[in-house]
Design a protein around this ligand. Structure first.
Ligand code: TXA
Ligand code: MG
Length: 330
């Protein structure tokens, strides 16, 4: 595994050309996006895509997002381009929105986990865009972490999670958005929100009209839709959610069991060792969420108490990640 530093706004074209060659050889390149680091492979090369699943230990039923440079790139992998896709692309791309559309036959089954649809997005990161353009291919990329672990917001997180399973890491510093993209399914009418993110359901509805939360689709089968299968990106520590008034009590209880306890706090006035005061605004909170959980894991905390966040729509993506991480494995 090699790590190459690149400038986040004006990446060195030689470093990008080198990374593009690695992708063209069918190998894996981890690269920054505005959300989290992605583990990239040539989306049109089934063997390269298989290497992503192997590197991550990812279950074969979980489809991978395809990253393209613009709407024309999306239309090259999607079999249909409805009016709603055009509007969402115009409003939010480049940006943290993945649009699920019927796939073209050139997209290998490995990318879509056998589904007839493909998730596409144009990342808002100069390094990602330069790489897609230099490689002149769509890049399949899940978050660059082993399947059950936290998503990476720095190159160091990637290196420690994947080690030699990744051939090259482009290090452009910490990512800006901090949690993964919003995923919306346009193969259904009305569209279905498969994964909340920092582009909220309200933001989407302003552009395309009513959007349904996945849990609320009439006649939904028992099996969750694919966007919901990415069940947990959890810290190694046990994550416990608590109201502001309960943080102290839960921390004391866990310490009494002899555990090293950390916390993410907001309104709670408590401060102390392994306690991180989180930004009070949703974008600021999201930007620091995974970084903070990684830091408390690294400090050896066995339990992380997270003060519950607000109920507003702009917090949906954050609440979703916290709820998943707090769920016991199984
Ligand atoms: O921000 C992000 O989306 C990051 C960066 C690297 O782009 N990627 C990411 O990928 O989070 P991953 O693999 O960790 O999550 C992809 C999500 C999964 O929930 C997956 O089920 C869903 O997108 N997805 C991908 N293709 C899909 C499809 N055809 N139908 C339904 N869901 C799909
Ligand atoms: Mg992931």
């Amino acid at each position: 595994m090699r790590i190459v530093q690149v400038d986040p706004t004006r990446p060195d074209p030689r470093a990008i050309a080198d990374a593009a060659l690695v992708l063209r050889r069918g190998e894996l390149v981890a690269f920054p996006t505005e959300t989290v680091y992605g583990l990239g492979a040539n989306a049109l090369d089934p063997a390269a895509v298989d290497r992503i699943y192997a590197a991550k230990g990812r279950p074969a039923y979980n489809p991978i997002i395809v990253h393209v440079a613009d709407a024309a790139g999306a239309r090259a992998v999607a079999a249909e381009w409805p009016e709603r896709a055009e509007r969402l692309a115009a409003a939010f791309w480049p940006g943290p929105l993945t649009i699920v559309l019927p796939k073209r036959p050139i997209v290998p089954d490995g990318v879509t986990a056998g589904l007839p649809s493909v998730g596409v997005r144009v990342p808002a990161h100069p390094v990602a865009l330069a790489l897609i353009t230099a490689a002149s291919m769509p890049i399949a990329a899940p978050s660059a972490n082993r399947s059950t672990e936290l998503s990476p917001t720095t190159a160091d997180h990637v290196a420690r999670s994947l080690g030699n399973a990744v051939d090259l890491i482009l290090d452009a510093g910490p990512t800006r958005v901090g949690i993964e993209s919003t995923v919306v399914d346009l193969t259904r009418d009305p569209p279905v929100l498969l994964r909340p993110g920092m582009i909220s359901i309200t933001d989407l509805e302003r552009v395309v009209g009513p959007v349904v939360g996945a849990g609320r689709v009439a006649g939904e089968a028992a099996r969750p839709p694919p966007g919901k299968l990415d069940r947990h990106n959890s810290p190694r520590a046990t994550l416990v959610l608590a109201g502001a008034a309960d943080v102290a009590h839960v921390m004391d209880r866990e310490r009494a069991r002899g555990r090293r306890v950390g916390a993410l706090v907001l309104a709670s006035p408590l401060r102390g060792e392994h306690m991180i005061e989180m930004p009070a605004d949703a974008p600021g909170y999201a930007a620091r969420l995974y970084e903070s959980l990684h830091a408390l894991d690294d400090a050896g905390c066995a339990v992380i108490v997270v003060e519950r966040v607000a109920g507003g729509r702009e917090w949906d993506g954050i609440r979703d990640r916290l709820d998943r991480a707090a769920r016991p494995p199984g």
